[in-house]
Design a protein around this ligand. Structure first.
Ligand SMILES: *Cc1c(COP(=O)(O)O)cnc(C)c1O
Length: 405
């Protein structure tokens, strides 16, 4: 029955309080059972197609290619999926699984709100009551996403403990689940947390990579590298998943370089910056101080602003199968501008880190080869941040006028 192996090298595992072992066992068994059931797979595929809008296109970025020189650049447009990002793939998979398990309530954590919005939308569609835990600080920073979650009927609960951000929201969701798992599913949003979440989230996100395989073949591409941004790692591991066992193409993960290399200025865990540790139920690389306390992080993109990386990517990075680069806040903003003008596509600030890396490395590859960048989300959600960074005074005036209405 057991198909996955809890650990990825030294990383992963299930380091949880005794009371959470039974629900994680139940979840793992239900997940493996569902994967083997053709009717579940059919329902998943149908929902991904009709509700999320899959398959997402693979676009040749012709103007960017000409401008940058070097490899042909292709963009996998996850941002065209419903709710604007890849998060919907995992939300649909886990919500269908929860329903199959007979769960009558779903809880989730969210940082920027993208996972919360995707979960709330799917729960509305399936008629399952949904509660989303969100740090009070994040709720203020991401007001529009709180608004949309509530329109989908979710209850958004403000978490005020700790730094009142994502890690505190995860703690609160785990606390809820420990007392409610008999009727409640915890729909975790990235490829991390205690086993089986990293395997389960990768499988539900693997639809990105599987579609890409077909599209590479259909277009006859000579694919040199895949490039994806890495927060917790769900879009990257789903995008990379069919290629993990082979030596090619090169797989490149891009972390948030923020505004510097000092403590609290970035969220780059690989290349020697993160230390092995056990946090929130799994072992991986975390940004911690000498006492093992988790450090604060910074990124202009809320989705990459997290101190830990998914255990499988930590392993693949340590082994050298995935190469890790960083892109700074400023480079990400430039990439948003560049691809908007060149290709008519607004990258989410998270995905723009991958786009920025592509802008830097395209010339290192031969003209007949292709680089594929995963646009994990579209940038509509970043309107307030982009406007402040690119058009501050007219935008502030607009907001003042709106407030005065
Ligand atoms: C949440 C998010 C990310 C980061 O999460 P991963 O699990 O690393 O994929 C990246 N891009 C977008 C658009 C997101 O919403």
């Amino acid at each position: 029955m057991k198909r996955f192996n809890d650990f990825f090298g030294q990383f992963g595992g299930r380091y949880v309080a005794e009371m959470l072992r039974a629900p994680l066992d139940e979840l793992e068994a239900a997940f493996l059972d569902a994967l083997d059931d053709a009717s579940f797979r059919d329902l998943l595929a149908l929902t991904l197609r009709d509700f999320a809008g899959r398959p997402t296109p693979l676009l040749f970025a012709e103007n960017a290619t000409r401008e940058l020189g070097g490899a042909r650049i292709y963009i996998k447009l996850e941002g065209l999926a419903h709710t604007g990002a890849h998060k919907i793939n995992n939300a649909i998979g886990q919500a269908l699984l929860a329903k199959r398990m007979g769960k009558t309530r779903i809880i989730a954590e969210t940082g920027a709100g993208q996972h919360g919005v995707a979960t709330a939308a799917v729960c509305a569609r399936l008629g399952i009551p949904c509660r989303v835990y969100m740090g009070a600080v994040d709720m203020r920073r991401q007001k529009p996403n709180v608004f949309w979650m509530e329109r989908y009927g979710a209850e958004v609960v403000a978490v005020t403990g700790g730094s009142a951000t994502l890690k505190d929201a995860v703690n609160e969701a785990l606390r809820d689940w420990a007392g409610s798992f008999r009727d409640t599913h915890y729909l975790l949003g990235s490829a991390l947390g205690p086993s089986p979440y990293p395997d389960m989230v990768r499988e539900f996100q693997s639809v990105i990579g599987k579609e890409l395989c077909g599209q590479i073949e259909e277009k006859g591409l000579e694919c040199a590298a895949l490039v994806a941004c890495v927060g917790g790692g769900s879009n990257a591991i789903g995008f990379f998943s069919p290629f993990l066992e082979s030596e090619t193409p090169e797989l490149i993960g891009v972390e948030a370089g923020g505004r510097g290399t000092g403590v609290g200025e970035h969220a780059a865990r690989m290349n020697g910056r993160g230390q092995p540790g056990i946090v929130q139920g799994y072992k991986s690389l975390f940004l911690t101080d000498a006492d093992g306390q988790v450090l604060s992080t910074h990124s202009v993109s809320a989705g990459l602003d997290y101190p830990g990386i998914g255990p499988q990517l930590a392993h693949l990075g340590t082994m050298g199968r995935v190469r890790f680069l960083t892109a700074s806040d400023a480079e990400a903003l430039e990439a948003v501008k560049f691809f908007a003008r060149m290709e008519g596509m607004i990258f989410a600030l998270e995905s723009a880190h991958a786009a920025a890396a592509v802008m830097r490395i395209a010339r290192d590859y031969p003209a007949e080869s292709s680089l594929v960048v995963n646009m994990s989300g579209r940038g509509d959600k970043d309107l307030f941040i982009l406007a402040r960074a690119m058009d501050a005074e007219p935008w502030a005036e607009f907001l003042r006028e709106e407030a005065a209405q």
